[in-house]
Design a protein around this ligand. Structure first.
Ligand code: CP
Ligand code: NVA
Length: 307
């Protein structure tokens, strides 16, 4: 049966299983265990925007699971010449076993999922970044050993990564803070949904414009670029407004001593984070990047592998 992952909410009932089983797969892989569960299966990967981690991790994950991945750019596809998303979904569904889609517009990811008879995985759009979340919370669990009781703070732009992170934290019972400049808060519908999940899970979601409030006693400090792909025009104006939200030595001095620093990457060093923090002993950004590979494997197994 097909299983789409367009939003973190498509993992609402088993998100923690993705995270824990991702860690298990990683351990088994490190021991040298071979897993050919996806032998003979093909993943089509449509990238409307650039990618290093998402592309390489999914392609490598398919290889390591015995399957194959095809990289597709709209520049080279008929979709770039006006073939509809729906027809693309119908055609690819007759040939491949799953589709990964990095899109500018969430509506197109939903449309592809609607018309596809094989599983569709959102590889980041304007609203969410669900596959990143599995890797991120694997990293949190590996370094902190628990979820409940942690204070996790996202400081920066209320963007796609922030939306998905907030929903995921609520699902796991983490107390989550978002600090953004005024006017850059995450979208209301995501805040409302995260708060309602948090209420059920007896944790909290706090949205503030004060970066120090978020950083104070934090166990995890997370940031992402101030200017996401496709928003380049807003760059200069944003840099001024976001100055106080830079993750630097002064801001992290408010966090717990053993806090961890996370970033989905790519980082714009000197803007949202200084080298001093990104390269500090508290930084786990490359563990986080490595975990993308193992996270993609559990995502692939639970979607096209029907696990
Ligand atoms: N974090 C992430 O999705 O990175 P890429 O844009 O390199 O895929
Ligand atoms: N928010 C960033 C994440 C990149 C992985 C963007 O959308 O460009």
């Amino acid at each position: 049966m097909k299983r789409d992952i367009v939003s973190v909410l498509d993992m609402e009932n088993d998100f923690e299983d993705f995270v824990r089983e991702g860690i298990e797969l990683k351990k088994r892989f490190k021991k040298g265990e071979i897993n050919n569960t996806l032998a003979g299966k093909t993943l089509a990967m449509i990238f409307e925007k650039p990618s290093t981690r998402t592309r390489v991790s999914f392609e490598t994950a398919m290889t390591q699971l015995g399957g194959h991945a095809i990289y597709l750019s709209p520049r080279d596809m008929q979709m770039g010449r006006g073939e509809t998303v729906a027809d693309t979904a119908r055609v690819l569904s007759r040939m491949v076993d799953g589709i990964l889609y990095r899109a500018f517009d969430n509506k197109n990811v939903k449309e592809l999922a609607k018309y596809s008879t094989v599983s569709v995985i959102n590889g980041l759009d304007d609203l969410e970044h669900p596959t990143q979340m599995v890797a991120d919370f694997m990293t949190v669990l590996e370094h902190k050993g628990k979820f409940r009781g942690l204070k996790m703070s996202y400081i920066g732009d209320g963007n796609n990564t922030c939306n998905s992170l907030m929903l995921s934290a609520a699902l796991l019972g983490i107390d989550f803070y978002v600090a953004t400049p005024k006017g850059f808060e995450p979208m209301d519908e995501f805040v409302k949904k995260a708060k309602s999940i948090a209420k059920k899970n007896k944790c909290s979601i706090t949205v503030t414009n004060d970066p120090v409030e978020a950083a104070r006693d934090a166990d995890v400090i997370y940031t992402d670029v101030w200017v996401s792909m496709g928003q380049e025009k807003e760059g200069e104006e944003k840099e001024k407004k976001f100055k106080a939200f830079q993750i630097n030595g002064k801001l992290v001095s408010h966090a717990k001593k053993d806090y961890i620093f996370m970033h989905c990457l790519p980082a714009h060093r000197g803007l949202e984070v200084t080298d001093e923090v990104a390269d500090s002993k508290n930084s786990v950004i490359f563990d986080e990047a490595e975990n993308r590979l193992h996270a993609e494997k559990i995502i692939l197994l639970k979607t096209i592998g029907n696990l």
